[in-house]
Ligand binder design. Structure first.
Ligand SMILES: [Fe+2]
Length: 510
């Protein structure tokens, strides 16, 4: 053997080093295509179908008439406590050293979800468990969708899977979620909204879909029936306690707040010196803004609990927004908390190019995936196709150049530095909402990228060809440190066995 052959293979290219690393121009198609169910094998949905919008209507009922998830959650929790009076909702692990996968916003059951599976198994098949954070099942959390969007795609993952629900799981009143993850059948009515508008709200509120127990059991046995894959979690919110780290998972319902009981529980599990990692449906720092998270009947917020020095949080990971962002935030007392958004686990992609140059942390302490330039290039192609206006299409290099120009910073990829954006690129960037510096582009002066109705936006941004720009996290815990690595998912065959590490942070635990 020559000396060269003994060298370990070079680190794979990433979106930060080359266009090939981002998945522009795949060398080979991904194996994930073989995992997709055959046509007609599972129930499919399209965001364009009016029935899908109707099935998601609890979102605007909750926003218009008041979010009932706190009351419904309390009813579920009362039942859980009858079954197990231990109020801590804590799963305990003996080992101080362990690892897990963390995926956000997974459940569309389409190519973008399945594309995540081979790289996830390659980089994290050996982990102890997996956590899904937010939106396990689109569009409405129904039990009938669990086969196609949960059991089947994760059949190859050998460990147990825990989850916290997202707003879409709540559109089913959490019925499907509680069945599958907490082994608790049942159904709970929304609270008594009062008055004339309350009657309208009750009329409009979508009741949970029926559960076919036999079909659910058969799906579980067929796809995730191995003993090592079984798990029953204590509730929709829970903690996993190990000697080195406590993971605290909270359920932020439809509109992002915590009910009184959950807030009291959060304070209890947050107490003490042990380092903690928060996993939340709604991220606390996202898109360059702080979203502190309401607590029922209080002026303090979830963010206040996380940043309280007595609670020793070192990181907070949230889903809901379908991309990756990390804000390394230094607090006044010298501590640093890593705030991560990781919602790119399967569903359509949210743009990152609309994120202004951040003022929450130094721009150098901010990471995102996809890079803003790649996001702009992807969206420019979508608009070019939709509007049949080829001139809108920007190459990754031109998109990167114009983002760097407008935000006043260097391009991330060395090969893109010094490239001047064309006049056309400047016009497209303005139309697609690339901010100027720290100022977000006003919505009225750009094409809709973020604030368009979900059913429309989702279909629009849900492409079925690489690069997908999905991501998942692998988290490794030792007594001394917590390492969070973000792996990019392109959908290209060459990235499936060694997916690109788009970001990595190691946090000391002692
Ligand atoms: Fe989502």
């Amino acid at each position: 053997m020559r000396a060269d052959d003994a060298r370990p293979p070079a680190e794979p290219e990433t979106s930060r080093t080359s266009e090939a690393g981002a998945g522009w121009g795949c060398g080979s198609p991904g194996r994930f295509l073989d995992l997709l169910p055959a046509a007609g094998e599972v129930r499919r949905f399209s965001w364009r179908h009016p029935g899908v919008l109707w099935r998601s209507r609890n979102d605007w009922v909750a926003k218009a008439f008041g979010d009932p998830s706190g009351d419904i959650r309390r009813a579920w929790v009362r039942e859980l406590r009858r079954r197990d009076p231990d109020p801590s909702f804590t799963m305990r692990r003996e080992e101080a050293e362990f690892s897990f996968l963390l995926l956000g916003d997974t459940g569309e059951g389409d190519r973008s979800q399945y594309a995540v599976v081979p790289p996830m198994l390659a980089a994290g098949g050996d982990t102890d468990f997996m956590v899904i954070c937010s939106d396990v099942i689109y569009p409405g959390g129904e039990a009938a969708d669990y086969e196609a969007k949960f059991f089947r795609p994760y059949a190859g993952y050998p460990g147990p899977i825990y989850a916290i629900p997202g707003n879409h799981d709540w559109y089913d009143g959490l019925r499907g979620f509680m069945h599958v993850f907490c082994d608790l059948p049942g159904e709970h009515e929304p609270p008594p909204w009062r008055g004339a508008t309350g009657r309208l709200a009750r009329l409009l509120w979508r009741r949970p879909a029926p559960v076919d127990e036999a079909a659910l059991k058969a799906a579980r046995e067929r796809f995730r029936g191995a003993p090592g894959q079984q798990a029953v979690q204590p509730g929709p919110y829970w903690a996993i306690d190990s000697p080195s780290l406590r993971i605290v998972g909270i359920d932020t319902g439809i509109t992002g707040g915590l009910d009184r009981d959950q807030a009291a529980w959060l304070r209890e599990v947050s107490a003490g010196d042990k380092p903690k990692l928060l996993v939340t449906g709604k991220p606390l720092l996202v898109d360059g803004r702080v979203k502190p998270g309401r607590l029922e009947g209080e002026t303090t917020t979830i963010l206040d609990i996380v940043e309280d020095p007595a609670h020793h949080y070192v990181a907070a990971v949230g889903g809901d927004i379908h991309n990756y962002q990390r804000y390394s935030r230094r607090l006044g007392d010298g501590r640093t908390i890593e705030y991560v958004v990781s919602g790119g686990g399967g569903a359509f992609m949210h743009a990152t190019h609309v994120i202004p140059r951040t003022t929450l942390v130094e721009e150098g302490d901010f990471r995102c995936y996809p890079l803003r330039g790649d996001s702009l290039s992807r969206y420019s192609r979508l608009y070019a196709r939709w509007l049949r206006m080829r001139w809108l299409e920007l190459s990754p290099q031109q998109a990167t150049a114009v983002v760097a120009h407008r935000l006043g910073m260097d391009a991330t990829r060395a090969g893109d530095r010094g490239v001047a954006p064309s006049r056309r690129a400047r016009i497209v960037a303005a139309l697609l909402g690339v901010p100027c510096g720290t100022r977000e582009r006003h919505r009225m002066r750009r094409l809709p990228v973020r604030k368009v109705p979900q059913h429309f936006r989702s279909e629009f941004a849900d492409w079925d060809r690489p690069p997908f720009f999905k991501n998942f996290l692998r988290v490794d815990v030792t007594p001394d440190a917590l390492t969070i690595r973000c792996f990019g998912v392109t959908g290209c065959g060459e990235h499936e066995d060694r997916p690109p590490v788009e970001d990595s942070v190691t946090i000391p635990l002692r």
